[in-house]
Design a protein around this ligand. Structure first.
Ligand code: SF4
Ligand code: SF4
Length: 112
């Protein structure tokens, strides 16, 4: 189920959920049970990571013009600990916001 429980700014941003790496967000074993239903994890060289799709986390969805995390309540600690407004957040926005906005605009035009 989609959720809009993400902080408002994040729903308009989504930048830190984008990466071309398929080992972008590591998932701890104990976190993977809650994510199993969404098939959110993949194993690489014995470690678990969030599954990626077309340059972003596969759990990042687009609904009513906003980005939403489909596993927000069960997102791994790496996502929970990433602080909105932190230097790391600002750097992610600097590097990837245009990419996220471009895809959001294309999806909006397609009615998604
Ligand atoms: S980069 Fe910052 S503002 Fe954007 S989604 Fe991530 S935490 Fe939210
Ligand atoms: S689990 Fe949610 S917050 Fe974490 S990278 Fe994926 S879409 Fe973003």
């Amino acid at each position: 189920m989609l959720t809009k429980a993400m902080p408002g700014d994040c729903c308009e941003c989504g930048a830190c959920c984008f990466s071309k790496s398929d080992t972008y967000v590591q998932v701890q074993q104990e976190e993977s049970l809650a994510l199993a239903k969404a098939q959110a994890c993949v194993r690489r060289d014995g470690a678990l990571f969030l599954r990626m799709h077309e340059g972003h986390c596969a759990q990042l969805a687009h609904a009513d013009g906003d980005w939403v995390c489909q596993v927000y309540r069960d997102r791994p600690s790496a996502c929970r600990e990433f602080e909105r407004g932190s230097p790391e957040c600002l750097e992610e926005r600097r590097l990837k916001l245009a990419l996220a906005r471009g895809l959001s605009d294309r999806l909006k035009r397609a009615g998604r």
